[in-house]
Design a protein around this ligand. Structure first.
Ligand SMILES: [Zn+2]
Length: 463
C-alpha cells in the first residue's frame, strides 16, 4: 500500500516562511521531502516574536513523526526560502533525534545562503532587542547544516527514498535557483519554487515542460493574473531617470534586495550605458556581487558573448560620500544599496538624499504594507511635505517613483507552464491571498473543477 501526502506549513496564502513537505509511505516506512524552510520578512525578528517568523513548527513536527528520512530541498537563497534552515537543524535534533536529515541545494545557493544567515546572526549579536536574549541558533547549527548538505545540479536525477526520484530544474529567478520535479510511485509532481521565464542576461530562465500527466503541481503565485511590463521598457525608463539625475548633479538611490536584484540592476544600468564608475554598491549587496562574479557562467546564456563580470565589482561607497555630503557637496552617482524595502543601509541613504531636490529614489521591488518603502511611496502619492522613517521626520524634496521589475513569472507565463504539465490539481502558494481570490473569482464555482487548491498554513492533503 503506497500513500502520498503534502503539508503546507508556511508560504500559504501569503509570501513568507515558505515550507512545504511531502510524505511518501510504503511497506510501513515513511519518508519526507521538504521544499524550503524560510522566514517571514513581514514579522519583526525579536526575542519575543521570532517564532512567528517561522513556518508552523508544531504542525511540521507532527508531520515528521514516525519518519525515517527527511530530504530538505532548498530552491534558492532568498530569506523567505532559506532563512529558517539553521534553526530547523537545531530544532529537528531535539524534536526528532532519530530522523536522518539531508539538505539538497545548488553550489550557488550554498554560497548565497551564507549571506542570508550572516545577516540574521548579526541581528542576534548586535541588535538592541537581542542584547539580553539567547540566540535561537549558533555557528554550530550552521556547521551541522553544511555537513549534511549535498550539492545538486539541475538536470540530474537523485534517488531520495525507495520509489522516489527528484530532478532539480533551472528556475531562472536568481543565481542557483531550482524548481523541483518528482517521480514518485510512478507519478509526476512538480514544485515550481520561485520561477521566472524572462530573459535575464546572466541567469538561465526556466523552460516550459511538457508532460503527459502530472499528479499535481505546487505553484508560486506572486504575479497570478497579472501581466508585467516588458523588461526592456523598464530598463530604458530607468536608464533615462539615471542620466537625468546625473546631469543635474544629483544622486539616484536604488534600494535593492541584496541577492539578485542589486546585481540585476547593476547589469541593467551598465547595459543602458551608465558608466560603471558612476555606480556605487553599498551594504551586503557588495558581498553578493563578489559571489555572482565568481559563480556566473563565463558567457551570456542568450547570446554566447562572454559576460562582463567586472560589472560586479562592488565598492565601499559610504565613507567618501557621507563625508562629502556633510561638506555640502553633491555627488553625481547611482547608488545601489541593500534593503529593497528600504530597511538597513538603503534607509540611511534615503534619509541623506530625500531633503535635496537634485536627488532621486527609484523603488523597484515588492514591499509589504507598512514597510518603510511602502510608507515612503504612500507619502509621495499623497503629496506630503515630509515622511516618518523609523521615527525620523524627513523632508520630501527628492523625486521618488516606482518602477515595476519582477523576477517572477507573469500570470500568462504561469498558465502556460501549467498547461504543459497537464496536472490534476494546481496548489497555489507564495502569493497574496486577495490576489489569489480575485483570480479564482474568474472561475467562480468551477475553480475546484479546474483543479485549483489554495491551501492554508498547517493544512495536510492526503493524495
Ligand atoms: Zn525568491
Amino acid at each position: 500500500m503506497r500513500r502520498m501526502s503534502v503539508g503546507f506549513f508556511g508560504g500559504a496564502r501569503k509570501i513568507g516562511a515558505s515550507c512545504h513537505a511531502f510524505a511518501f509511505e510504503q511497506r510501513g516506512e515513511r519518508h519526507i521531502v521538504m521544499v524550503d524552510i524560510g522566514m517571514d520578512p513581514t514579522v519583526a525578528f525579536t526575542p519575543q516574536t521570532w517564532l512567528e517568523c517561522f513556518p508552523d513548527m508544531e504542525g511540521l513536527g507532527a508531520f515528521l513523526d514516525n519518519s525515517t528520512t527527511c530530504t530538505v530541498v532548498i530552491t534558492h537563497a532568498h530569506f523567505d526560502h532559506v532563512g529558517g534552515v539553521p534553526y530547523f537543524m537545531r530544532w529537528v535534533r531535539g524534536r526528532c533525534p532519530a530522523l536522518s536529515v539531508t539538505f539538497f541545494m545548488t553550489e550557488e545557493t550554498r554560497s548565497l545562503a551564507g549571506v542570508t544567515w550572516d545577516e540574521t546572526e548579526q541581528t542576534m549579536q548586535k541588535g538592541e532587542a537581542w542584547r539580553e536574549a539567547e540566540p535561537i541558533y549558533s555557528e554550530c547549527d550552521r556547521f551541522m547544516t553544511m555537513s549534511r548538505t549535498r550539492v545538486v545540479k539541475p538536470g540530474v536525477y537523485y534517488e531520495v527514498c525507495p520509489g522516489v526520484r527528484l530532478f532539480p530544474l533551472p528556475a531562472g529567478h536568481i543565481l542557483g535557483a531550482i524548481a523541483v520535479g518528482f517521480e514518485a510511485f510512478n507519478e509526476h509532481i512538480v514544485h515550481t519554487g520561485d520561477i521566472s521565464f524572462g530573459e535575464q542576461p546572466f541567469i538561465e530562465g526556466a523552460a516550459y515542460m511538457s508532460l503527459p500527466h502530472t499528479r499535481f503541481v505546487v505553484s508560486e503565485a506572486t504575479n497570478l493574473g497579472e501581466t508585467l511590463p516588458r523588461r526592456s521598457d523598464a530598463a530604458a525608463d530607468l536608464g533615462n531617470e539615471c542620466r537625468e539625475t546625473l546631469n543635474r548633479g544629483g544622486t539616484l538611490l536604488l534600494p535593492a534586495f541584496q541577492i539578485h536584484r542589486a546585481q540585476a540592476l547593476t547589469a541593467m544600468l551598465v547595459a543602458e550605458g551608465i558608466p560603471p564608475a558612476a555606480i556605487l554598491v553599498d551594504g551586503n549587496a557588495q558581498r553578493v556581487h563578489r559571489i555572482y562574479r565568481k559563480m556566473l557562467p563565463p558567457n551570456n546564456i542568450l547570446t554566447g558573448v562572454p559576460l562582463a563580470r567586472d560589472v560586479f565589482r562592488g565598492k565601499d561607497a559610504r565613507e567618501t560620500l557621507f563625508l562629502e555630503m556633510k561638506e555640502g557637496k553633491t555627488f553625481p552617482r547611482i547608488v545601489v544599496a541593500s534593503g529593497g524595502m528600504l530597511h538597513g543601509i538603503a534607509q540611511k541613504w534615503a534619509k541623506a538624499l530625500l531633503p535635496n531636490k537634485r536627488n532621486a529614489i527609484v523603488l523597484n521591488g515588492w514591499a509589504y504594507a507598512g514597510s518603510p518603502a511602502d510608507v515612503l511611496h504612500r507619502a509621495v502619492l499623497r503629496g506630503d511635505a515630509s515622511v516618518q522613517l523609523n521615527g525620523d521626520e524627513v523632508p520630501l524634496e527628492a523625486g521618488v517613483r516606482r518602477i515595476r521589475l519582477s523576477s517572477h513569472a507573469s500570470g500568462p507565463e504561469l498558465e502556460r507552464l501549467w498547461t504543459g504539465l497537464n496536472p490534476d490539481a494546481i496548489m497555489l502558494v507564495h502569493g497574496d491571498e486577495s490576489k489569489i481570490e480575485d483570480y479564482l473569482k474568474r472561475y467562480g464555482p468551477h475553480a475546484h473543477d479546474a483543479g485549483f487548491v489554495v491551501p492554508r498554513r498547517g493544512e495536510v492533503y492526503e493524495l
